[in-house]
Design a protein around this ligand. Structure first.
Ligand code: ZN
Ligand code: ZN
Length: 330
């Protein structure tokens, strides 16, 4: 059904690529993160809620078509449909049905509840292509409520000592999830780096309820941020932009904060383990629920996951991506 080409995963019977890393004629996109949604292709197809994010990400005038979750179209000889992946707004597993049976390309996904997107839905298939970003038994996430509680406590403790709380997180998905989770337990407004505003607006337009925010970048020079929460992308860390924030404590919200080496090397004051990827138990659960007899792992710890699955009696292999070896994961 799909083969590996230099530009990415290609479906010959359908004439399209899935999340290609080079420009192609027709690209099906699982979600709006940069390692999946690359600019430069002739036309794109995505799940309907992903569209407003891709429109902001791609060059003006890019040809982006979308389908509601669960609705099928036929491309070439293949029936194609998008199903919720629970990773970020609009994220989708792509189901392909043709003469080679049913394949599901899951993209990135998680099982944990997330107020910013439609929950992951197991889709029955013969072959399941799964991510394995955190595909090792050491990766197990605490409940989101617990992590949000830790963030609130940290913010409060910094308020008591007149410091700014600077929380680094990804611009698509993570910052909105944190703001949505905080909105359920607080109504205190937050500040964000100006770069984050456009994607936060896109989520608001999609009906996601989040804490009110204003841009820390556009405040007058005299503004004091002591006691406030400021969310910023990692790229802002150590830049002159940080100076306006005054005395601060910094933290990173990511599944990577479970990795001791990353924690030590990046030297944040705090690490909050909050991931938009499945942990080890929920990866295995998702794989089992598809009923697939064949599983192909990609992204991250693909080899150990495939080995484990073979021991469990699956036919399992690995798909290499252009990103192999890069420490990614949110
Ligand atoms: Zn992603
Ligand atoms: Zn990814």
């Amino acid at each position: 059904m799909v083969i590996e080409r230099p530009e990415g995963l290609f479906c010959p019977n359908g004439g399209f690529y899935i999340d290609p890393w080079g420009p192609v004629d027709r690209a099906l996109i699982t979600h709006a993160h940069g390692d999946h949604a690359r600019t430069g292709s002739q036309r794109y197809l995505c799940a309907e809620p992903s569209r407003r994010l891709l429109e902001r990400r791609f060059e003006p005038g890019a040809l982006i078509e979308s389908l509601p979750y669960g609705e099928a179209v036929t491309l070439g000889e293949v029936r194609v449909s998008f199903h919720p992946a629970g990773h970020i707004l609009g994220s989708a597993q792509i189901r392909l049905e043709g003469s080679d049976g049913v394949w599901v390309i899951a993209g990135d996904y998680k099982r944990a509840a997330d107020p910013t997107c439609t929950p992951f839905e197991p889709v029955p298939c013969d072959t399941f292509v799964t991510e394995s970003t955190f595909g090792l038994p050491i990766y197990r996430w605490d409940s989101t409520g617990l992590v949000i509680g830790e963030i609130l406590e940290w913010w409060e403790a910094n308020r008591q000592t007149n410091r700014t709380s600077v929380l680094f997180c990804y611009t698509i998905g993570k910052v909105q999830r944190v703001l949505a989770e905080l909105a359920a337990v607080s109504d205190r407004p937050a500040y964000v780096h100006g770069m984050m505003l456009s994607m936060i607006d896109a989520y608001r337009e999609a009906g996601v309820r989040m804490l009110p925010v204003s841009s820390a970048t556009e405040q007058p020079k005299s503004t004091r941020f002591a006691g406030e929460l400021v969310l910023a992308p990692l790229s802002a860390r150590g830049t002159p932009w940080m100076r306006r924030l005054g005395d601060h404590s910094d933290a990173f919200a990511s599944g990577l904060m479970r990795v001791r080496g990353v924690r030590r090397q990046r030297a944040f004051d705090r690490g909050f383990v909050l991931s938009d990827h499945a942990d080890w138990p929920t990866l295995l659960e998702a794989i089992e629920e598809t009923g697939a007899s064949r599983v192909l792992a990609t992204h991250g710890h693909a080899d150990p996951l495939a080995r484990h699955l073979r021991e469990q009696g699956y036919e399992a292999g690995v798909i290499r991506t252009a990103w192999e070896g890069e420490p990614t994961g949110d």
